[in-house]
Structure formats: structure tokens, C-alpha cells
Write a protein that binds this ligand. Structure first.
Ligand code: SAM
Length: 240
């Protein structure tokens, strides 16, 4: 067996420390994704995090933390505002039986995502779209068991972007920093308006003192009223 690179070993160890098991094939796939990201990052601005350890922890391990809130039996996940593919691509690698869709508004980023997904044979769908438009499309609206989003918008805006895509009975997972509690307090009304129920906060700490994070987990309890999401840009300009 070829010797593993140091980066692979680091990610494998830190993931195992969180109870997240990755096979040799999965760790190899994540290393390919990382190499492509670094290569493309020289031409297209995809991430400012390029240090080996920081990238393993802040992008890859952080994305994999999401697995803790994804229920067994989940068949479909959509990542809203996927950017360079976080958390969507690590989730697609970790959950090969799950249909993963990546929605991203910036064309250069979707070019990268398509290339990576095709190159890795991942079978994820990449959509160049705004979440507001996707949320009104009959093939996408209320079609996903789980909706995830990281670093896209404040919670009360994000609720309107994400919950319309979530099937009733499904779950929305927002990946947030240490201020999640305060954001949640001002997002409760918005969450309720678009069909969300009670929110649960799952705090965690990244290794090497790289930061505190929270998963905000919201069940989809009722169908989203027809008027949401509002037109492109309105959720951000006039949050619910
Ligand atoms: N989720 C990635 C991550 O955590 O690394 C990317 C985060 S980046 C700060 C936010 C991304 O969300 C950008 O790539 C942006 O184009 C995308 N975005 C913002 N608003 C959006 C919307 N309404 N619909 C789709 N994508 C959106």
C-alpha cells in the first residue's frame, strides 16, 4: 500500500477522534478534492484558508461535523451557497448512498464544482442558481431530506433561503460560529414563517484551538407558504 500523505493522516486521525470513520477510498477522494482546490485557487479565489492543518480542520473536518446531525435514512441533501464545495463535497464523499446537490450563485465556483465532481466521479448535482430561484422550482422545492448551509447569510435570511427546499419532516442544518445563539433568537419568527419548528443548538470545538462552532438544527414542520422565498435579493435586503 502506498504511504499516506501527512495531510491524509491528520484528517483521518481528527475525524476518528470525533467518531467519524473514513475508508481509504474516502480519504483518498478528499485528498484529491484538496489538491484540486489548491490548484484552482491559484486562478480563481476560492478560499483564503490554504495552510495544511487549517484547511484540514476548518474546511474538511468542520464539514464532516455535519454528519452528527444528519439522520440515518437520509436520501438527499442540498448544500445552499456551496462555494468551493463545503460542506457538500465532503458530505457526498462520506455518504455515497445519498443524492447530494450543490447550489451556488457564482458561475466560476460552479465551474470548479462541476470539474471536481466529474473528476472524482461523485455523482453530485451542481446547480448554478440563486437559492431564491431554486426554492420556487417544482423539482427542487420541498424535495430534500436535509438542507445544509455554511457561511452564507445570517440565520433569519438563511431560513428563507433554505427551508423552502426542505421536505416536510426533513431537517435544516445551519453551520454557524460562536454567536449562533444570538442569531437564533432574532431568527425564530423567520423560521416559523417558512415552516420551521424548534431549533436545537449543537456546539462543538475545532481541534488545535481553531474555533468554536455550532450546528443549528431545525425540523421542517409545515409546508412553506407559497409567497416564500421572495424575489432574488429581497430576503437579504428585508429579512423576515
Ligand atoms: N459554503 C461555503 C463555505 O462554507 O466554504 C461557501 C461560503 S461563501 C462565504 C458564501 C457562498 O454563498 C458564496 O459562494 C456565494 O456565492 C453563495 N451565495 C450567497 N448567497 C446565495 C444565494 N442566495 N444563492 C446561492 N448561493 C449564494
Amino acid at each position: 500500500m502506498a504511504m499516506r500523505e501527512a495531510w491524509d493522516r491528520l484528517l483521518l486521525r481528527e475525524a476518528a477522534g470525533q467518531g467519524i470513520g473514513l475508508s481509504d477510498d474516502q480519504i483518498r477522494a478528499l485528498a484529491i478534492f484538496r489538491a484540486e482546490l489548491l490548484r484552482w485557487n491559484e486562478k480563481v479565489n476560492l478560499t483564503s484558508v490554504t495552510d495544511e492543518r487549517e484547511m484540514a480542520v476548518k474546511h474538511f473536518l468542520d464539514s464532516l461535523y455535519c454528519l452528527k446531525a444528519i439522520p440515518a435514512g437520509c436520501r438527499s441533501i442540498v448544500d445552499v451557497g456551496s462555494g468551493a464545495g463545503f460542506p457538500g463535497i465532503p458530505l457526498a464523499v462520506a455518504l455515497p448512498g445519498v443524492r447530494v446537490t450543490l447550489i451556488e450563485a457564482t458561475g466560476k465556483k460552479t465551474d470548479f464544482l462541476r470539474r471536481v465532481v466529474d473528476g472524482m466521479g461523485l455523482g453530485a448535482a451542481v446547480l448554478w442558481a440563486r437559492a431564491e430561484t431554486a426554492g420556487r422550482h417544482p423539482d427542487l422545492r420541498e424535495r430534500f431530506d436535509v438542507v445544509v448551509a455554511r457561511a452564507v447569510a445570517e440565520l433569519r435570511v438563511l431560513a428563507e433561503l433554505c427551508l423552502p427546499l426542505c421536505a416536510v419532516g426533513g431537517r435544516w442544518i445551519a453551520m454557524k460560529g460562536p454567536g449562533a445563539g444570538g442569531e437564533l433568537a432574532s431568527a425564530r419568527r423567520a423560521i416559523c414563517l417558512v415552516g420551521g419548528g424548534e431549533a436545537e443548538l449543537l456546539p462543538y470545538e475545532l481541534p488545535f484551538g481553531l474555533g468554536r462552532r455550532n450546528l443549528v438544527v431545525v425540523g421542517k414542520e409545515a409546508s412553506t407558504p407559497e409567497r416564500y422565498p421572495r424575489r432574488v435579493g429581497v430576503p437579504e435586503r428585508k429579512p423576515l
